[in-house]
Design a binder for this molecule. Structure first.
Ligand code: CAA
Ligand code: NAD
Length: 308
């Protein structure tokens, strides 16, 4: 049974101060939506240069948002951007960043040991009421939470890329997550004007359990080159993407989407499941491994399956 909102009156921890750890593509996006909805946000990363880039990303995205939202009132749009950016402070000092935090959302590298080390440190630094959440794509929330002594106040908040545009948040509860924590995370997602769905703590939750096999099959299809449109001509990368966009109504083709997500992230997701010989859906790909080894991680590095 997947738990959703409790049937009794919703008991919420009021979330005002949010600490986001990791200012990459996901962390910056989560910081933006939290700040846009009136939260006081502290964004943490390992260097000031990275954090400067995160703020630039947020400003760039906000410009796109206000172009639509304040089409007739450009000055109000500028004011909105100023206000949102003022709601975000940045820090490289995780200790002070969690001291008055109601919620910590972690969006760092997809590596269990590194996430566990971080949360084990935070557990000693954050106030008792602080809820911890991970934005992991596919790691077990229980495994990450096991590094802390607050497993009842630990859950998954899985956002989608690009966070300002994607409406879904998967809210993941483990058997140890309290109903109060789950209610708070579901409610927080709604306050961000997202649509939350409750998920069990199972591999890939819902979206990645279905989406990543599709992306991997597209990569293998391209690698095999056998699905030719014409005799003796391989299915090109573009053919595969056009086919899924026009034939299945996807906004991006699977290879373009892989580049958008990050090929390192896709590889980390499948690594969790490749060891299971009964689950070929998540088998690795030589081509994907080669691109990652060459540092061609997709859009964020300027090249992946395509050049940017
Ligand atoms: N910030 C703000 N606005 C943005 C934006 C951003 N980062 N990215 C796009 N937009 C806005 C644009 O400004 C544009 O606005 P207008 O309609 O006013 O012009 C609108 O979105 C459409 O953008 P584009 O015209 O540039 O391109 P598009 O129509 O292809 O839309 C997209 C862009 C929303 C990203 C769309 O291509 C899309 O939905 N792609 C699929 C994304 C997806 O599947 N994400 C999930 C990945 S899986 C994951 O995240 C989980 C995991 O664990 C790996
Ligand atoms: P990213 O590489 O863009 O950003 C990660 C950031 O974390 C970097 O800026 C890095 O400097 C920082 N970082 C690493 N270790 C840190 C530490 N110990 N303390 C502070 N900062 C640290 O990665 P991303 O795409 O934003 O992914 C982040 C997380 O979100 C991963 O767990 C990923 O699986 C998950 N996720 C990614 C996507 C996606 O489409 N890219 C979607 C949903 C979830």
């Amino acid at each position: 049974v997947v738990r959703g909102f409790s049937s009794s009156a919703v008991r919420n921890v009021v979330i005002k101060n949010v600490t986001i750890i990791g200012g990459g593509q996901m962390g910056a996006g989560i910081a933006q939506v939290a700040a846009s909805t009136g939260h006081s946000v502290t964004l943490v990363d390992t260097s000031d240069d990275i954090l400067k880039k995160s703020i630039k990303t947020i400003e760039g995205s906000l410009k796109r948002v206000v172009k639509k939202k304040f089409a007739d009132k450009p000055e109000a749009g500028e004011e909105f951007i100023k206000k949102v950016v003022q709601n975000v402070s940045t820090s490289t000092d995780v200790e002070s960043a969690v001291q008055s935090s109601d919620l910590v959302v972690e969006a760092i590298v997809e590596n269990l040991k590194i996430k566990q080390d971080l949360f084990s440190r935070l557990d000693k630094l954050a106030p008792p009421h602080t809820i911890f959440a991970s934005n992991t794509s596919s790691l077990s929330i229980s495994d990450i939470a096991s590094s802390t002594s607050r497993q009842d106040r630990f859950g998954g908040l899985h956002f989608f890329n690009p966070v300002p545009m994607m409406k879904l948040v998967e809210v993941i509860g483990t058997p140890a997550t309290s109903q109060e924590t789950l209610d708070s995370l579901l409610n927080f997602s709604k306050v961000l004007r997202k649509t939350p769905v409750s998920c069990k703590d199972t591999f890939g939750f819902v979206v990645n359990r279905l989406l990543v096999p599709c992306i991997m099959e597209a990569i293998r299809l391209y690698e095999r080159g056998v699905y030719a449109c014409y005799y003796n001509s391989d299915a090109s990368k573009e053919d595969i993407d056009i086919a899924m966009k026009l034939g299945a109504g996807h906004p991006m083709g699977p290879l373009e989407l892989a580049d958008y997500i990050g090929l390192d992230i896709i590889n980390s997701v499948i690594e969790g499941e490749t060891k299971d010989p009964n689950n070929p859906l998540f088998n690795s790909s030589d081509l994907l491994n080669k691109l990652v080894a060459e540092g061609k991680l997709g859009r964020k590095t300027g090249e992946g399956f395509f050049k940017y």
